[in-house]
Design a protein. Structure first.
Length: 284
């Protein structure tokens, strides 16, 4: 079985899939807030650059980034996942006025669903995004993939393209089972796709944590054990992202919380994850 490379030493582009089989667990929130945290950092005295790719037909990344949804498939991720890809990535900048280098490849529901169906019969289907990223590389230091909640074709494409994985979960009793199912998908499909190495699971990110809820504390304490049992001993259980209604307000304004309410205590909840990712790409 190919081994995962937990201690990656090379400082090459990192392709990070944010995956979870639970709807509303915070995938898009984590993708956008982590993109912001990374884009604030520097690599060899230049700003760190981030590409956000929306692999979810719902397309909520556009909303969270304050972007208008594109009207044509050629302006969306489905044009990339096609044999006729022109090599021109349909990226639009976001939060540019804040001096950040974050570019977004948006999704449109129907074209992306059709693309996912078409890829079922394509011989390179699950590798389509990996192939395009290899043949027409993006210049960004980090590419973040915002994935849908269903473990179907689009998540396979993300798995096939990613170097690393982060798993946001809500602190509910069913979360441990959900995480186990997701990791089963990860192991079975990585093996079936003959990924070598398997993408590194950086860790689990507990989200919507309420310190006054006993069940949240209890599940949080059990998570390192769950990771251990799932043979992911080197993956981290990150400090939780606390619950705040300001997250919804921020995404409604098309901004990360750090730009919407910069003094909010939850802003610091993304820093440890960003620090780990920064270490992998050599950012400060
Ligand atoms: N820590 C938090 N505290 C409060 N609300 C949050 C938090 N994280 C996310 N939310 C809110 O929960 C909702 C779901 O979050 P998000 O869209 O990031 O989840 P998702 O996993 O991407 O969902 P989907 O499966 O639909 O793509 C959003 O309204 C978001 O603003
Ligand atoms: Mg989402």
């Amino acid at each position: 079985m190919p081994k995962t490379s937990i201690n990656q030493t090379s400082k090459s582009q990192l392709i990070l899939a944010i995956i979870s089989n639970a709807g509303g667990s915070g995938k898009t929130t984590l993708a956008t807030h982590l993109a912001y945290e990374l884009a604030r950092r520097r690599i060899s005295r230049r700003p760190c650059s981030v590409a956000l790719l929306d692999l979810d037909p719902q397309g909520s990344l556009s909303l969270f980034c304050g972007l208008e949804r594109p009207s044509q498939a050629s302006q969306s991720i489905s044009s990339v996942l096609s044999e006729n890809f022109s090599s021109h990535w349909p990226l639009v900048p976001c939060w540019k006025s804040f001096g950040l280098k974050v570019d977004v490849c948006q999704s449109i529901q129907q074209p992306l669903l059709k693309t996912a169906d078409d890829l079922v019969s394509h011989p390179r289907g699950p590798y389509m995004l990996a192939d395009q990223l290899k043949d027409y590389p993006l210049p960004h230091d980090v590419v973040i993939l915002d994935c849908p909640a269903t473990l179907g074709r689009l998540n396979l494409i993300a798995l096939g393209a990613s170097t690393h994985i982060l798993i946001p979960i809500q602190l509910e009793p069913k979360s441990a089972n959900g995480a186990a199912e997701l990791l089963e998908f990860y192991f079975i499909e990585s093996r079936r796709l003959r990924l070598n190495p398997y993408p590194t699971v950086l860790g689990i990110v507990p989200n919507q944590y309420r310190a006054n809820q006993a069940i949240h504390k209890e599940i949080l304490q059990q998570l390192p054990n769950v990771l251990h049992q799932l043979q992911l001993g080197e993956a981290r259980c990150y400090p939780p992202i606390r619950f705040s209604y300001e997250f919804s307000n921020a995404s409604g304004a098309g901004l990360p919380l750090q730009l919407h309410r910069k003094h909010h205590s939850a802003c610091q909840d993304f820093r440890e994850i960003a620090a780990d990712v920064s270490n992998l790409i050599g950012a400060k």
